[in-house]
Design a protein around this ligand. Structure first.
Ligand code: FAD
Length: 526
């Protein structure tokens, strides 16, 4: 077992984590960052590219940016937060250009285009920046549980160092969870580490979640590939196998027609034939990664028809996550902060994301605030107290079985559990085309799975796999419990049995609990 001590521990290695580490170190804190993968290549951003909600501080442009998606999000976003995120994102993107020397492309008029980032280049530079700031990076070191002190405050985390083959612990004054969302190992690009671990860790210390019903995003990808860049399909026409146009199919407001067709066993084809030459050039400039797949397959997406599928993206492109309680992204648990996809994005997106570039903006803004907030908290606590207070592990399912020794579980058991969770969350006719009775049945099956996970004890490297399966199970239960509590259609939480929006349900839904999952409505702050 190796031991580390820091003022701030950041869990994760994507944009939210690296901004958190940078700003915590900049505030004078000693920082350890622990990533499940290799910080710089892991997570949903590193493998691809993201559009960023970068809007110059001109009142009309800002007003249009805020107004554009309020309806789509079911009027659950908060303008004060939108405004803060727009300011912070503008500042951080300019910092990336000036201090991070990010090579932004230039438009036809020679002005820099700062509304997008190439994941590999962005994250490579963030890794360099945090190393220069003195952050200690623990790569390939998945966290398996949080540590708490005698008062219930979060005091560090424990995990497993894969390459050293040993467990480790970090005692810290405060912890930022930036572990990304949960895409249920569906195969969507870059999401293989996004198993919802942070939400499980947070709930085990008593934190709450919010917006978990907004978790049924399915991205469009060429069949047999992982690249879900749904925004570009706004230029697509969709076709049946026989070449007829698939009526009602669209990237926005028409994915259910695609899901319906795929459910019959037929294939669906797309062609980006509504992009003129100017749009085509702009798309290639903005997201070159999108075209790699097509280039390798010898497909010209603007002229050839290619078959598509829908991949689940869960809370990676949903808006639900750990509920935050302060402007510094604190949670309801002292010493615990949340950022990026691990946290709820309802403050700026309400109940809908995708194609609007809000998630990338949220990751850098919330990461920066959480890092600075955690540093402040840790410094007030004091380094000596952080290093020497007695701590205990908060982890349960898959780690400390209920009522006894439980049975040992390795990767085989974990794989089977993952398969069983996927059976409940990936099918379009359960999670996408939602109906109450189907959701209730799936939730019942997931509750039984949870009881099974509660009786398991993962060991060594297998522990991480079992904890991932536990996190996915917990995530799915919060999702479906929240989806059942919203008996209307709002944002991306659409119910076929409740197609209309109900003004009486203009509230958020908060959820939590482990052995007993609960939900409650939460009024919007005026
Ligand atoms: C294909 C695709 C395209 C996208 N395009 C856009 C776009 O154009 N615009 C936009 O705004 N958003 C987009 N998104 C969403 C965007 O990528 C995410 O919002 C963003 O990556 C979130 O950053 P994050 O740091 O919170 O999480 P991630 O980037 O997912 O990083 C999570 C990190 O946590 C680590 N981790 C997980 N569990 C543990 C653990 N137990 N212990 C230690 N570390 C752990 C992972 O290894 C990873 O490093 C896209 C997503 C996908 C999948």
């Amino acid at each position: 077992m190796s031991e580390h001590v820091a003022d701030v521990l950041v869990v994760g290695g994507g944009p939210a984590a690296t901004w958190a580490a940078l700003k915590a170190a900049g505030a004078g804190a000693s920082v350890v960052l622990a990533d499940k993968g290799y910080c710089g290549t892991s997570g949903a951003t590193a493998a691809g590219g993201t559009g960023v909600w970068y809007v110059p501080p001109e009142p009309a442009a800002r007003e249009a940016a805020m107004a554009s998606r309020e309806g789509l999000g079911g009027y659950l976003a908060d303008r004060r937060w939108m405004s803060r995120v727009l300011d912070e994102t503008y500042a951080r993107m300019n910092e990336l250009a000036d201090e991070g020397r990010y090579p932004f492309p230039t438009g036809p008029d020679g002005s820099p285009l700062r509304n997008g980032l190439q994941g590999p280049e962005y994250m490579r530079r963030m890794r360099i920046r945090i190393r220069r700031a003195g952050v200690r990076i623990l790569d390939h070191s998945p966290v398996a549980e949080l540590l708490t002190d005698a008062d219930g405050a979060v005091a560090g985390a424990a995990g497993y160092r894969r390459q050293a083959g040993e467990p480790y612990r970090v005692r810290a004054g405060a912890v930022v969870l930036a572990t990304g969302g949960c895409a249920f190992l569906s195969g969507a690009l870059g999401t293989n580490t996004n198993t919802g671990d942070g939400a499980l860790f947070a709930a085990e210390t008593g934190a709450e979640l919010s917006g978990m019903e907004f978790s049924n995003s399915y991205g469009i990808a060429p069949e047999g590939t992982s690249v879900t860049k749904t925004a570009f399909y706004s230029f697509a026409t969709f076709y049946r196998e026989d070449g007829e146009v698939l009526e009602g199919a669209a990237s926005q407001g028409g994915r259910s027609a695609i899901a319906g067709e795929l459910l019959t066993g037929a294939r669906v084809f797309a062609r980006l034939d509504r992009a003129d030459t100017t749009a085509q050039a702009a798309m290639r400039l903005a997201q070159p990664n999108f075209f790699l797949t097509f280039d390798r397959l010898g497909i010209d997406p603007f002229t050839d028809r290619f078959s598509v599928t829908l991949l689940a993206e869960g809370t990676v492109r949903g808006t639900g996550g750990i509920r935050i309680t302060g402007d510094d992204c604190a949670t309801s648990v002292p010493g615990l902060y949340a950022a990026g996809d691990a946290a709820t994005r309802e403050e700026i997106c309400g109940g809908f994301t995708g194609g609007g570039s809000h998630n990338a903006a949220w990751a850098m803004s919330s990461g920066s605030w959480a890092g600075a907030g955690a540093a402040r908290y840790a410094r007030a606590l004091g380094s000596v107290r952080a290093a020497f207070r007695p701590v205990t592990g908060a982890g349960g399912a898959g780690l400390r079985p209920t009522g006894g020794a439980g049975s040992a579980a390795g990767p085989g058991e974990a794989r089977e559990l993952v398969r069983l969770v996927q059976e409940e969350v990936l099918p379009y006719d359960k999670n996408y085309l939602r109906r109450g009775p189907v959701l209730t049945g799936a939730l019942g099956a997931l509750d039984e799975l949870w009881a099974q996970v509660r009786s398991l004890r993962g060991e060594g490297a297998g522990l991480v796999k079992v904890r991932q399966a536990a996190a996915m199970t917990a995530h799915a239960r919060w999702m479906y419990a929240s989806a059942l509590a919203r008996t209307e259609s709002r944002g991306m939480a659409r119910r076929l049995d409740h197609p209309g929006q109900d003004p009486a349900q203009h509230h958020r839904i908060v959820t939590g609990g482990l052995d007993r999952v609960w939900t409650r409505p939460a009024e919007l702050v005026a």
